[in-house]
Design a binder for this molecule. Structure first.
Ligand SMILES: [Zn+2]
Length: 326
């Protein structure tokens, strides 16, 4: 989480390097943007308060720079500031925003720009809600919705955290989760068998593939629950189960998932005595496991195998999303 102290540091001594840099001529920006977008982002304009499209809007979405499409903010960090401009407590990534000390109009302020294309976005003030205490005061015109997470539209998450029987049991029957399928992912062998995966030479991890409704349960919730319900600090091991097939892993399906996963791991660092070793890799292929692995606990009642380590904070998820969490 970025602090005001770090922002002042960036504004005065240099910003972190962006993931990409976009340089265009003024004429190109003028041709690409509407007159309002051009005036605000390229000429440091400000839209009238309460006039912007995203003022007072709180549905799930990711916001990107209107000029270059770089992801800047997550609606989950948006709050009602009452100012008439969309306000956020944090950017999506520390290097997404550029900070510049702005001494115009006889005030001492910190201007925010897109760190990739230099678009003027607004300002940031140290009077936002806790825990960050920050208020990113943005022009709606400078933003575009990158990914609308609408009700009814399902998404996929893929996690490994030891034996998939246990992981599947954990996620099944949570509100917003449509299906949980056990399988193999992340290795080199096509259509592997359980026996091959157990030998530890396929590179595959035992994983669950979760289909969920992001309007009800967010990817952030799923990642948090995943990390808090196994031991993410033991490399290639969960309890007595040892081997790369039992590694702690998050296979992300898009950039937004990658960013969220990394953010959650950072936020949960302090919950564990040892460093988190969870792998965060791009999803490639998922192979469904043999039928007898699906719904293992439903079909084998009384099976005492799963000794899932549940963090006390998981209780909160049980209250919110139901399910069979212990
Ligand atoms: Zn930009």
């Amino acid at each position: 989480m970025l602090t005001w102290k770090e922002i002042l540091q960036f504004a005065r001594h240099g910003n972190p390097t962006p993931d990409k840099t976009i340089v265009k001529s003024d004429a190109d920006w003028k041709a690409q943007l509407t007159p309002d977008q051009y005036r605000i982002t390229r000429q440091h304009g400000t839209e009238r308060p309460f006039s912007g499209e995203y003022c007072g809007v709180f549905e799930l979405a990711l916001y990107a720079c209107v000029c270059c499409g770089t992801l800047l903010f997550d609606a989950r960090e948006k709050f009602e500031s009452g100012t008439g401009w969309p306000s956020f407590t944090q950017p999506i990534k520390a290097n997404a925003i550029k900070y510049i000390e702005d001494l115009s109009h006889g005030m001492q302020r910190v201007e925010t720009r897109c760190n990739s294309c230099d678009a003027h976005l607004g300002h940031v003030f140290p009077d936002g809600p806790q825990p960050s205490g920050l208020r990113y005061c943005m022009n709606s015109v400078a933003l575009q919705k990158a990914e609308a997470l609408q009700a009814g539209k399902t998404e996929t998450a893929t996690f490994g955290g030891g034996c998939f029987w246990c992981t599947e049991a954990l996620f099944e029957s949570l509100k917003g989760v449509h299906s949980v399928v056990s399988g193999y992912s992340g290795g080199q062998v096509q259509n592997p068998t359980y026996k091959q995966v157990c030998s530890g030479i396929t590179g595959h991890a035992e994983v669950v593939q979760i289909t969920y409704d992001p309007a009800i349960i967010s990817y952030k919730d799923l990642v948090t629950l995943h990390i808090l319900s196994h031991d993410p600090t033991t490399l290639n091991r969960q309890g007595a189960d040892e081997g790369t097939q039992y590694r702690s892993v998050i296979f992300f399906h898009n950039d937004a998932q990658k960013i969220t996963a990394r953010k959650v791991l950072e936020e949960l660092k302090s919950e564990f005595k040892q460093p988190i070793v969870t792998e965060v890799s791009a999803f490639t292929e998922f192979y469904k496991a043999e039928a007898y692995h699906q719904d293992y606990f439903k079909n084998n009642p009384g099976q005492p195998y799963c000794q899932v380590v549940i963090h006390p904070k998981v209780k909160k998820f049980k209250e919110k999303f139901g399910g069979k969490l212990k």
